[in-house]
Structures are given as C-alpha cells and as structure tokens.
Design a binder for this molecule. Structure first.
Ligand code: MLT
Length: 428
C-alpha cells in the first residue's frame, strides 16, 4: 500500500505519494499537486526540495557521511585514485584492472586541445580570472566537436565526449593559469599520471622532463577525490538544469564552472586564504578577528567555517586536515599565513560561540591551506575544485539524460503589478 501525505488547502484535502530513499530518507512527491489543486509550493534556494532521484552520491549532514556509489570517501581517498573514482561516479561501479587501464589510456591520448584554442586564450587579458577563462574554453570545445551538440548522440559518442572532457580539462585549466602569468603554455606529457601531468603543465620546465614531487601529486590526487561529487549542490544542479534543455555536455559543464566560481560555492577556498592574508596584513591578531566575526554589527565574516548541509562536521575536512598536516610536514613548509590558519582553527574549535553554531572548519578551509602549500596560486584554488568536481558533474548530467528527465522549469509566486494600461510617454 503506497504511503501518502495528506495536505489540506482551504476546504479541500489532497493526497500526495510519500517516497523513501535507500538510506531511509523520506520525501513527498508533489509532481501532481498543481494539477490537483492549482497550488504550487515555494522553497527559495530549494533547500527543502528534491530536484531528482539519484543513485550517485549519498550524504548525511547530521552524521557527516559522504559516499560515492555506496563507497565511503574515507576508503576511496585512502585506497583509490582520482581516475578510478571518476570511473566509479560516471559508470556506477569500480572498474576492473582492464577497464581502468583502458579508461586511463583513452584519457592520456586525448589531453591535447586544438591549436586554435590558443588563439581564444590569447584574447584574454592577463588579469582575466582563470575560472572565467576556463568556463569559456570549455564552452569553446563545442566549436571543435560540433557533433557534441546533437542531443540524440549514441552512447559511444557521448562516452567520447566524456573522455575528451576529462582529458582536456587539466590542459585548459593549466593554460588558464599560464595566461594569468603571461607565461608560455606547457603541453601535456602523456607518460605522466593525471595529476602529475597537470602539475607539469602548471609548473614544469619547457626544456626538460618535469620532476613532479610525488608527495604533491599524491596529495592533489586525494584532494580531487574529495571534491569529486556532492549530490545536488549549486553547480551540479546547474549542470543538470542546463543539460535538461538537451544542451551539450561541454555547454552544461561550462555553466557548472560559472556556478562554482561564486564565493558562496567553490570560490570559498580562495576567500579563506584572502581572509587569512588580510588578518596577517592587519597584525595577525586571530582573537581580534574571532571577536569581529561574532559582532553582528561588524561586516567581517569568517570564511571556511560551517556548511549548509553538514551540521556537525564536514567529513572531507577531517581527511584534508590530516593531509594538510602531512604535506606541510613532509615538505617542511613554514608559512605565516598557514600558521595563522592553524591558530584560527584552534580558537574556533574551542570557542562556544562557534561550537554552538556548528561553525567548524570545512573542506574549503583546509583545501585552501593545502593548495597554498602545494604552490597553487590563490586564484587557481577554485579551478582545482572544478578539476575535482568534473566527474561528479558528468555523472549527474549522464544520469539526468539516461533517465530522460524533463526540462527544468520551476514556477513562481507573482508579486508584481496587476493588469494596467499603457501610458504615452508624453503623459508620464
Ligand atoms: C560542495 O562540495 O559542492 C559544497 O560543499 C557545497 C554544497 O554541497 O552545497
């Protein structure tokens, strides 16, 4: 017997199906509400509204659980690799040895981009933020692969697009950085693994084979795993809704990059380091800024603390915090800004004001610290987030298209003028 929710509106009663997810989550399916009653629901920011059913990622904000296709991020970040996790998210199962080898080789053979991309890149001034450049370059891929625009493409052709995007995003990301630095671009060295190849294109020497620090490459690979998906976050929802109009994967991911750029989403890791540098530049008194953060009349806000979904702790932050400690120790890094971060973390974790409000250091607090330690420039932090989130965006787009979900078209509550007659300009 189907469970239903009963909704009384004025003198009418309506019944709506109750859905239960794999982990016991309960939802009310309101798909038929407007047809039954003419009434819609309103939920600004959709924080209480599910947009879809998905089998990709499960998270529990109260218990701090995050799993990709049922596997915990704790296990995946310590035992797997980013490309293996990308395969898992996109195709639903961990690959066999042969499948992973083929996937990796396919990606390695598509890392180059058309030489004309350089002409597009050259059109950007050096002050252009790498996220804006990256979003544009990803969208430009539709020009070089016009068949990707066909909404009725075969599974094989869609897979080709998936491989190309995973292969080329590190190249485009590194080139966005080189444009910022006004340095010559570096071409991929396909004998290197995925993260080492990216580091080579970012920092490698044009004259010789790059010596990529394995500590840095491994830490980066783990960071990319921890950012790979996060169910229906802002950028994943953007990719889904753009894809729901049957726009290409390139166009949908380009839109996802734009959504991630915002400081309330992926831009938070850049904002953390800028906040810490500001504290350092103003004397480094952490306690003073903690008090400012508590003062409602003070505009200063602590970036990198708390999370809209996790109520007690961000499971990714726990893993990245340990990785940050390991990397800073192994690389022997002494950075006053990073020392400030550790002081701020210590104060916040003990202060009742932050503890009561669930304002604990989140994934963005520690990822900014570790990216800085890895030598990644601040305005490339969100680009790193995009590199990690790509498999999640692809998986969400693919699931939405395979499930033949309808075009996203929310309704509204109208609050504007009632009908009124046009007034000639001479009489206004
Ligand atoms: C993410 O990983 O996308 C961020 O934590 C934001 C979110 O999930 O809303």
């Amino acid at each position: 017997m189907e469970k239903t929710a009963k909704l009384k509106i004025n003198d009418s009663m309506y019944e709506l199906p109750i859905l239960e997810g794999t982990e016991g989550e309960i939802g009310v399916d309101i798909s038929s509400l407007r047809a039954q009653s003419g009434v819609i629901t309103l939920d600004k920011g959709f924080k209480n509204t599910g947009s879809t059913k998905s089998a990709i990622t499960f998270l529990n904000g109260e218990e701090g659980i995050l799993r990709y296709r049922g596997y915990s991020i704790e296990e995946l970040s310590s035992k797997s690799s980013f490309l293996e996790v990308a395969f898992l998210l996109i195709y639903g199962e961990l690959p066999t040895k042969e499948e992973l080898s083929e996937f990796t080789n396919e990606i390695s053979s598509h890392t180059l981009v058309h030489e004309d991309v350089k002409s597009i890149l050259d059109g950007f001034p050096s002050r252009a933020h790498p996220m804006g450049v990256l979003s544009s370059l990803v969208s430009s891929l539709t020009a070089f692969y016009p068949k990707s625009l066909d909404p009725n493409r075969s599974v094989e052709e869609i897979n080709g697009t998936i491989i190309r995007l995973i292969a080329k995003l590190p190249t485009l990301a590194a080139w966005s950085y080189k444009n910022r630095m006004r340095q010559p671009i570096m071409y991929p060295q396909n004998k290197l693994d995925y993260t080492s190849n990216f580091l080579h294109m970012m920092f490698g020497l044009p004259t010789s084979d790059s010596e990529v620090n394995p500590i840095i490459a491994k830490a980066l690979d783990q960071l990319l795993i921890l950012h790979a998906d996060h169910e229906q976050n802002c950028s994943a929802s953007t990719v889904r809704i753009v894809g729901s109009s049957h726009a290409s994967l390139y166009a949908s991911v380009s839109a996802g990059i734009a959504a991630l750029w915002g400081p309330l989403h992926g831009g938070a890791n850049q904002a953390v380091i800028e906040m810490l540098e500001n504290i350092r530049n103003q004397g480094g008194d952490v306690s003073k800024f903690v008090e400012k953060a508590k003062d409602k009349s003070d505009p200063f806000r602590l970036m990198g603390f708390g999370h809209r979904v996790y109520k007690n702790f961000d499971p990714r932050a726990k893993i990245i915090k340990k990785a940050a400690d390991d990397v800073l120790g192994q690389l022997g890094i002494n950075d006053p800004v990073l020392d400030l971060a550790m002081k701020l973390e210590e104060v916040a974790l003990k202060d009742e004001y932050f503890v009561q409000r669930g304002l604990y250091p989140n994934v963005d607090f520690y990822s900014g610290i570790i990216y800085r330690a890895l030598g990644i420039p601040t305005d490339m932090f969100t680009v790193m987030f995009a590199l990690g989130r790509l498999p999640g965006w692809i998986a969400q787009w693919k699931e939405m298209r395979e499930n033949k979900e309808p075009i996203g078209r929310p309704r509204q509550i109208y609050t504007g003028h009632r009908n009124r007659g046009y007034i000639d300009i001479s009489k206004r």
